[in-house]
Design a protein around this ligand. Sequence first.
Ligand SMILES: [Zn+2]
Length: 346
Amino acid sequence: MELSVQEYQYLVSEITRETGAKRDGSGKNLIVPRCPFCGKSGGKFGIYIGKETAHRRPFMAHCFSCGASTRTLEQLLAAIGRMDLMVSQTADIAAPLNLHLLEEDEAEEIDDELVPVELPDFYKRTFRHPYLQRRGFCFDDYEYFPIGITGRLNPRYADYVVFPVIDDSTVVGYVSRHTWPKEDIDTHNRKTRHSGGYRILRYRNSTENDFSKLLYNYDAIRMDETDTVILAEGIFDVIALTRRLELYDNSHVAAVATFGKKISDVQIYKLQSKGVRTVVIGYDGDAVESVKRTAERLKPYFEVFIADIADAAKDWDELTESEIYGIFACRLLSVLEYKLKKVQEK
Ligand SMILES: [Zn+2]
């Protein structure tokens, strides 16, 4: 069965009326004020009404609070108590809908779809690199975290190390870090500002997928097996934590990075959909406000702890093994403990 555009529009308007939903900014989702499964208010229940994609079908719905999902129109109508809207549709309800009229809408909101990304030309994997050796990389790091270089064949990336971001075994992005120290890059850029020379970018990253939809090391989270995730800001933090806590083959605990000091709805959804229960926020010690905000966003969905780094100026790759062990053994704080502690420290 294919729904006609009229039938589709009628369903959307009836569902909207029944649930009191509003469209989100992209127009591709209905945000329902109260979840029909858990009753939570605050617009946590979303119904996808955009065109069919590889991962999404119209009328799929998900609650970001209780995690309940519906995959078909029928399940959704049952959930909101409007099976009467199903009556006219007798044939194959699970068949894809054909919604060409909706194509013009390009905005993206609650949309976890990713496109595959090509790594820079001449990328090849490396298992030893002076820059990474200096940052403490060991054999297992290269083994578990693919890292590459392009060499001189690709001048644009010649002085960079490239970290592919992988999701479901597919490259969906990359972060490239120039191998000079930050101070040297700044000095170079200052000198060339007037001479008209080229500027060095410290990072040269992929642009196809927004990084707020990605998590570095996401595949290390095993479906319904990994219970606890440590949330870090960047790739070097993830690798340092994995090395120091020896998480390489640990199927219950994984470190992932959000590419910054905040977490998006899509990233939360990605953790939830793999059955993660506990999140330990491991952002830099000086990011107090960001940690608090992130903790509040995570609290409805996970058990949340905060890894409180004693020396706020240090990153994970600057701490010793015993310091890191100490943080996880003795300094994991609940959200409330963290807030109280930060008030006292002021
Ligand atoms: Zn719910």
